[in-house]
Design a protein around this ligand. Structure first.
Ligand code: PEP
Length: 248
């Protein structure tokens, strides 16, 4: 079964009111007849601005993180219910930058995915190995362990997530996994989801890691690559639009 692809931009901690205005207007103007789903995962304070900018377009909104807690004394955190009120359809969870700089564990990432789903927000669960893990032949073991925590915690809802395979060594480095390397890991993740849910063909498994206008088409042509999570290239409208075009 072929499904529409999903192209999600991850702005990371970038943006300004004026810059966002120009960027989102250009993206919306260029969406044209894109058949794929397009989302922008932006810093939480900008969701309100993007809600207005996207109005009447097919552009979807997402957050880059979400609290595992529903509400209460968690200073600095943003709940899934709050994100929902500002139009977020997606929330990235477990991005490698959060695992690395904020010590997020597999279980915390799983709890965040659960909190998002409880509010009807689709978690984009990031998994991926470091360079040392790849060179040590541990890629499969690492990504399966990361995904297993989410599958276990979500139980019968595990098929409701989006997965993003993001090799850590490819993020923001300009070094992309080859289409074959990416496909190999995507197939492993698909098989793991199939065993857990029985309908893994419905789950979008995105590739992320220096995807750009030049390499998007060959990555997106792989049978188990259902879209992309795009960092740097999502900050430039022409590049992001070319990736969207490559996704059909
Ligand atoms: C990301 O941040 O998820 C990402 C894939 O970044 P980049 O495209 O810049 O490598």
């Amino acid at each position: 079964m072929s499904k529409h692809k999903l192209i999600a931009g991850n702005w990371k901690m970038n943006g300004s009111l004026a810059g966002n205005d120009a960027l989102v207007r250009a993206v919306v103007a260029g969406l044209g007849g894109a058949r794929c789903t397009v989302a922008l995962c932006v810093p939480a304070p900008y969701l309100a601005q993007l809600q207005l900018l996207r109005h009447g377009s097919a552009l979807e909104l997402g957050a880059q993180d979400v609290s595992a807690h529903a509400q209460g004394a968690y200073t600095g955190e943003v709940s899934a219910a709050m994100l929902k009120e500002f139009g977020a359809r997606y929330a990235i969870v477990g991005h490698s930058e959060r695992r690395q700089y904020h010590g997020e564990t597999d279980q915390l990432v799983a709890d965040k995915a659960k909190a998002a789903l409880a509010q009807g927000i689709t978690p984009i669960v990031c998994v991926g190995e470091t360079l040392a893990e790849r060179e040590g032949g541990r890629t499969e073991e690492v990504v399966k362990r990361q995904l297993a925590a989410v599958i276990h915690t979500l139980a019968h809802c595990a098929g409701e997530i989006v997965v993003a395979y993001e090799p850590v060594w490819a993020i923001g480095t300009g070094r992309t996994a080859t289409p074959e390397q990416a496909q190999q890991v995507h197939a492993v993740l698909r098989a793991q989801l199939q065993a857990a849910t029985g309908h893994a063909e419905r789950v979008h498994i995105l590739y992320g890691g220096s995807m750009n206008a030049a390499n998007a088409a060959s990555l997106l042509a792989q049978p188990d690559i259902d879209g992309g999570l795009i960092g740097g290239a999502s900050l430039k409208a022409p590049d992001f639009l070319q990736i969207i075009q490559a996704a059909g």
